[in-house]
Design a protein around this ligand. Structure first.
Ligand code: KIV
Length: 273
């Protein structure tokens, strides 16, 4: 029998996430984009760490996820992969790196696996990218789907409001989720959709469903780490719970450091050689 420590350190795999769904154990997921944060997130017991293309917003300061490149995503992802011992490490394929055709999509996924060392990729969309998903899966690369609000299509939607409220869009989402499940994706992220629809998808597909703004009846939850730690206070959607006020903690701490330096109080006698 394994000890508690061994169990805690047991590497999370795509198969383990499926087992968690089957036994009703919820899956806790967060984003991370750098080595130091990823190590803390992993040590805290997160099951699935996503290097989201939200790096475009929270790391690079862009207003959308569209500008981030595959090269940039590989740099963030490599730092995270180096830090993580337990969680499953999944990277977003960024806008433009997989929508063209399945050959390009496979080349992007292979670069992500080889150069960043992640364990799976996530892609936004349903039937429109079916061929690319099939090609990547056939190369032995696990794929996570992403339906509902898909930020890479912001220029098509025009807003970041709740998706699939109307029947036609909800039916398409259900059909896409079934298709992704049949193709063999290891999980599906559902972003900002009505909780009843998310519950229905979760019941109907065999793979784990991870929600962000999709209610509590899904198999797991994901948030952007800077948002849930209170480092990015201008972003306050209804689905976001703040677990800390790190932005203020950092501002206050740095303010004290500035004051100490100005007052020649830092470094003191014990802090110098
Ligand atoms: O890019 C991202 O961080 C994501 C999550 C919000 C699911 O796709």
């Amino acid at each position: 029998m394994s000890t508690y420590t061994e169990t805690k350190l047991q590497k999370v795999t795509t198969a383990r996430l499926r087992e968690m769904k089957q036994r009703g154990e919820k899956i806790a997921c967060l984003t991370a984009y750098d080595f130091t944060t990823a190590r803390i997130v992993d040590e805290a017991g997160i099951d699935f760490i996503l290097i989201g293309d939200s790096a475009s917003n929270v790391m690079a300061g862009n207003t959308t996820t569209l500008p981030i490149t595959l090269d940039e995503m590989i740099i963030y992802s490599r730092s995270v992969a180096r830090a993580v011992k337990r969680a499953l490490v999944v990277a977003d394929l960024p806008f433009g790196s997989y929508q063209g055709n399945s050959t390009e999509a496979l080349a992007s996924a292979v670069r992500m696996m080889k150069e960043a060392g992640v364990e799976a990729v996530k892609m936004e969309g349903g039937c429109e990218i079916r061929e690319s998903i099939e090609r990547i899966l056939s190369a032995g690369i696990p794929v996570c789907g992403h339906l509902g609000l898909t930020p890479q299509s912001i220029n098509k939607f025009g807003t970041y409001s709740v998706r699939a409220k109307e029947e036609a869009e909800a039916e398409k989402l259900l059909a896409d989720a079934r298709m992704l499940d049949d193709l063999g994706v290891f999980a599906i992220v559902l972003e900002k959709i009505p909780s009843e629809l998310a519950a229905r998808v979760t019941r109907e597909v065999s793979c784990p469903v991870i929600g962000i703004g999709a209610g509590s009846a899904v198999d797991g939850q994901i948030l952007v780490v800077q948002d849930m730690l209170g480092m990015n206070t201008d972003f306050k959607p209804k689905f976001l719970r703040r677990y800390a006020d790190l932005g203020n903690v950092m501002r206050e701490s740095i303010g004290h450091y500035v004051a100490d330096v100005k007052a020649v109080d830092f470094p003191n006698a014990s802090e110098q050689y």
